[in-house]
Design a protein around this ligand. Structure first.
Ligand code: BGC
Length: 736
């Protein structure tokens, strides 16, 4: 492709502008290293530089051995260090890669406990170190725009504020161990169907208010070392080399770290050089050949490996040599990679890290315990009373299923995994447990009469029936392409329970009115067929290696549930705005986000659509009361909301107090309320705590598309404090 002088001058100005802008923006990387980096770059040949810009195996990129620059080693992420792949794409056998399998991203967010975000990141960073990985490919933070997105389980929320707060901790935790985090997928990778081609179109306002904040916090607050460019397009250009997005990331925010392409997401040498890709990975997956071929370089035939055929390999080298691209462009990318290396412990490889240690497993368990959300508890059926209950029927194939190896690139070989059935057996000695699978997890499975009959008989004989159902990552986890439901590269076909579970649950409830349904999975599922008839409902997500124990502890009351939904659970798929407008997964290769800023509760609450369970909802075995909300305003614009929470029940518990901002008589289109603060508070029976939540000026702002800037609407705002987006207990108005 030809390039005008104008384009190249503009590019040089851009590279220059980035460096001057970076001085104004927050200094993310230790300035002391810049001299060392410049000195190294000066010593490098062009060939050595270009070799650093692309993969040289499935998860590594080249260093420059003669200058002591090692390879950079990467691994998925985001809820454990991935099974070992060595330099190829098959699993390496006979290697100890059995590590800590943490609860997945949506479970972490359901804890609403920011301290756990940091602890979780620390575990990942430390285990990556132990396994010799420099970069862990997480966190995944894409907005949950539709319940159907196959990767929602890896992500965290529909709300940009909740995502932002969690990721600052997660990233800092990872990076505290000398490992680099990689926040992904930049940007608007909100569906898996057509992920390689779909062109996402959205307003600037939706971009700024909903889809960017998580990334912005990662860059400006957490100083994330690396970011991953997504597969999809944004406004016509692939995200991994997208001029508009790159300007925001590197110019406006002054990001000095490295943009890694998603695996196989680069499509053009010129665009990758000009619009942001610093390291190209996974193109071998697209080239689908590891053969060595011949090409002409500088008029000479040379043997080319698959890695030389990457877009940022020989083709880039030739463009620079031909004077079509300035060396400064290559230098900028190399410096970014070196900066990441210096900013973590790539050179020193000093900290050994720990692997599947007791401390790490304890973190996995703590997150699992706090992630479980109690959704329904009619007649206080939970916690189970061990004095009265002598037999339990545990029903559902999900009760007896290990999930760590499912889902795609996030798969983890767990040191062990406690299933719900095992967890219940572990802590219910003396109680007879009868297990019936009820359904089969397999392609096109329909309920079999015999399995339902077996489940109904078990339920009829037991004091309590616990159906463990919901989603699954796929059918056969030993096969990569057997993904379905909660998995990479697939979206769910609908929101209905698969494998005939509705029929099963109804039959079980009919046989035993004391039925509790436990839902496993990465988000909402349609419960309309049985919700009114079941007494208890629990969302247990994919709870990691200790998930089964944590679930059993909640069921028996050793742990008081304290998770809250990080995503709205709509009643039916048709209620979801992206689906109501018919914009998911898009048409003719384009996904227009007409839902705009109205994602999740922003839509349900503004347009009065009742969800099944609202954003922020979750029950406890104790009760909390909220009192005395006051709001103070400082001259610098900071507003502080202060209130008191009391545990008025009989057991210790934790409440997630949430603060939403509502604009009275707004002159612009805006959501009825937006989450702008929260805190998880642990309280003994009778104990009270006073909570102060600060609100900065940003908490009241919206993005003014006309001005291309954030703006504050003058007038009256109501601060709403409560236990969910719809359980608002206290309000206070303030004028701005
Ligand atoms: C996924 C990324 C992952 C990468 C490397 C891609 O298919 O989208 O999330 O990090 O593979 O495994």
């Amino acid at each position: 492709m030809k390039h005008s002088t104008f384009k190249i001058t503009a590019l040089l100005l851009f590279v220059f502008a980035m460096s001057s802008h970076q001085q104004i923006a927050r200094a993310q990387f230790k300035p002391a290293n810049e001299e060392k980096i410049n000195a190294l770059v000066k010593k490098m040949t062009l060939e050595e530089k270009v070799r650093m810009l692309h993969g040289n195996s499935s998860f590594t990129s080249a260093g420059v051995p003669r200058l002591g620059i090692p390879e950079l080693v990467m691994s998925d992420g985001p809820h454990g260090v991935r099974t070992e792949h060595g330099r190829g794409w098959s699993e390496v056998k006979n290697v100890n890669d059995s590590g800590t399998y943490l609860p997945v991203g949506i479970a972490l967010a359901a804890t609403w406990n920011l301290a756990l975000g940091y602890e979780y990141g620390k575990v990942l960073g430390s285990e990556a170190k132990y396994r010799g990985k420099d970069v862990i490919l997480g966190p995944g933070i894409n907005i949950m725009r539709s319940p159907l997105n196959g990767r929602n389980f890896e992500y965290q929320s529909e709300d940009p504020y909740l995502i932002s707060r969690f990721n600052v901790g997660y990233i800092k935790g990872v990076q505290s161990q000398g490992t680099s985090a990689c926040v992904k997928h930049w940007l608007a990778n909100n569906e898996e169907v057509d992920r390689n081609t779909v062109d996402v179109q959205m307003s600037d306002r939706a971009l700024r208010e909903i889809y960017l904040p998580g990334f912005k916090a990662a860059v400006l607050e957490a100083n994330v070392n690396t970011i991953m460019g997504a597969y999809n397009k944004f406004r016509g250009q692939f995200c991994t080399h997208n001029e508009y997005l790159n300007n925001i990331l590197k110019k406006e925010w002054g990001f000095k770290g490295m943009m890694i392409s998603d695996w196989g997401a680069v499509h053009s040498t010129t665009d990758a050089l000009l619009y942001g890709t610093d390291l190209e990975m996974g193109t071998d997956l697209v080239l689908k050949s590891n053969s060595v071929s011949q090409t002409m370089v500088d008029g000479k035939p040379i043997a080319q490996t698959v890695y030389d055929r990457f877009y940022l390999a020989d083709a880039a080298l030739q463009m620079v040599k031909a004077g079509k691209i300035p060396v400064a462009v290559i230098d900028d990318k190399v410096k970014r990679i070196l900066r990441v290396m210096f900013n973590s412990s790539v050179f020193s490889k000093s900290s050994p890290g720990e692997y599947a240690s007791d401390a790490h497993i304890a973190t996995a368990k703590k997150v699992a315990r706090e992630s479980i959300v109690l959704l329904k508890n009619q007649d206080n059926i939970l916690p189970l009373n061990t004095a009265r209950i002598k037999s339990i029927a545990v029903i559902g194939a999900n009760a007896n299923r290990e999930n760590s190896m499912g889902g795609g690139s996030s798969q983890v070989r767990a040191k062990y995994e406690i299933t719900p059935l095992q967890g219940l057996k572990n802590i219910a000695p003396g109680i007879t447990i009868h297990y019936a699978p009820g359904y089969t997890i397999q392609r096109n499975a329909t309920p079999t009469k015999a399995m339902i009959t077996e489940a109904v008989e078990a339920a009829g004989k037991a004091d309590i029936a616990i159906v463990v159902g919901g989603w699954t990552h796929g059918y056969d986890y030993t096969k990569w392409d057997d993904n379905a439901y909660d998995a990479e590269a697939v979206d769910k076909p609908d929101m209905k329970m698969p494998f005939g579970q509705d029929e099963l649950i109804k039959a079980v409830i009919n046989a035993n009115p004391n039925t509790i349904v436990v839902l496993v999975g990465g988000g909402p599922i349609d419960m309309t067929q049985w919700i009114d008839d079941t007494k208890g409902i629990i969302s247990a997500w994919y709870g990691g290696m200790e998930g089964g124990n944590a679930l059993a502890e909640v069921i028996f009351g050793m742990v008081n549930p304290s998770g809250k939904l990080p995503v709205s659970f709509p009643k039916v798929l048709e209620d979801v705005p992206a689906h109501k407008f018919g914009d998911f997964p898009g048409k003719n290769g384009v996904a227009v986000y007409r839902d705009d800023i109205f994602v999740g509760y922003r839509y349900y609450d503004t347009y009065n659509v009742a969800p099944q369970f609202e954003f922020g909802f979750g029950m406890s075995y104790t009760d909390f009361t909220y009192k005395n909300l006051s709001a103070s305003k400082a001259t610098n614009g900071l507003v502080t909301a202060t209130f008191t929470i009391t545990n008025t029940g009989k057991v210790a518990g934790a409440e997630v107090a949430q603060l939403y901002v509502h604009k009275e008589n707004t002159a612009i289109t805006r959501a009825n309320k937006e989450l702008k603060g929260f805190q998880k508070v642990f309280l003994q029976p009778g104990e009270s705590k006073t909570i102060s939540l600060p609100l900065t000026r940003e908490a009241f702002q919206y993005y003014d598309e006309q001005k291309g800037a954030w703006a504050t609407e003058k007038g009256v705002y109501t601060l709403q404090v409560g236990g969910s987006s719809r359980k608002i207990y206290l309000t206070k108005t303030i004028s701005l």
